[in-house]
Ligand binder design. Structure first.
Ligand SMILES: C[S@@+](CC[C@H](N)C(=O)[O-])C[C@H]1O[C@@H](n2cnc3c(N)ncnc32)[C@H](O)[C@@H]1O
Length: 244
């Protein structure tokens, strides 16, 4: 297995491997991402407006919540909302729970260890969902569509999904310029040729970095309206859409 790449996911071959990568990353995940906070805080800042039409008592499903960054941000801004945190890595979910307790919002959260298919909540339960940096790990495009179908089933009709993933046309000339910039940004220093090559491999083999057109089509095929791109920063792109 590759020991390091800039997302720390080198050498993934299946879901178990993926979850075990996040088990190992859990304790350091927040401090690592803190270094690139302006980027994800920009995403969350716009997310507030994406979700601004929700009721004061909205129920929000956070799929692949990790350590809870997006959940904590929304909980602080919208004190009447309740959250369901879905996360297959127990170590990540434990950090999320601890973060929620420290922020005093744990009573508004339900923590589900597992994938969406084991969430006991009835279909059509939620007013909104977030799914940040998760679907990119589903390499098979039909499986990725099925993943969005699962999210759609848990949402009320017209409910809003906000989702973000690494996204680029990896065949384009621009990608050859963008990737070194992204590698430097993620590592906090000018990236070496070896780091760039390794990341390029990982983004082909372990992470489904697809063009915006392909990701848009995948989300829509999962049972959503045409997704609206509302955020882009480097390779990170965010969309919002509504359940059909
Ligand atoms: C890169 S982290 C993102 C965490 C958080 N959403 C964020 O933006 O900081 C991806 C998370 O998704 C989880 N995950 C991976 N595959 C998943 C799946 N099929 N369903 C739900 N969560 C998944 C991983 O365990 C990991 O915690």
């Amino acid at each position: 297995m590759v020991k390091h790449d800039l997302l720390g996911v080198g050498g993934i071959v299946n879901t178990e491997d993926l979850v075990s990568v996040f088990e190992r990353q859990a304790e350091h995940y927040d401090s690592r991402w803190q270094k690139v906070a302006p980027v994800y805080l920009g995403l969350y800042f716009l997310l507030e407006s994406v979700f601004s039409s929700l009721s004061v008592k909205a129920r929000v499903l956070c799929v692949g919540v990790g350590t809870g960054k997006e959940l904590l941000y929304l909980a602080a801004k919208f004190p009447g909302w309740r959250f369901t945190a879905v996360e297959p890595s127990l170590a990540m979910l434990d950090v999320c729970r601890r973060n929620a307790e420290a922020a005093g919002i744990a009573e508004r959260c339900q923590f589900h260890h597992g994938f969406l298919d084991s969430l006991p909540e009835a279909d059509n339960s939620y007013d909104a969902a977030t799914c940040f940096l998760v679907s990119q790990f589903i390499l098979n495009q039909q499986d990725r569509v099925a993943f969005f179908e699962q999210i759609a089933r848990k949402l009320k009709l017209g409910a809003i999904l906000a989702t973000a993933d690494l996204c680029a046309d990896t065949e384009s000339v621009q990608y050859d310029e963008l990737l070194p910039m992204w590698c430097s940004f993620m590592s906090g220093a000018r990236a070496t040729t070896e780091q760039i090559d390794r990341t390029k491999d990982a983004y082909t083999r372990d992470v489904a970095v697809l063009s915006a057109d392909k990701v848009t089509a995948i989300i829509a095929a999962g049972g959503f309206e045409l997704p609206v791109p509302f955020f882009q920063s480097g390779l990170l792109q965010g969309w919002f859409t509504r359940r059909i």
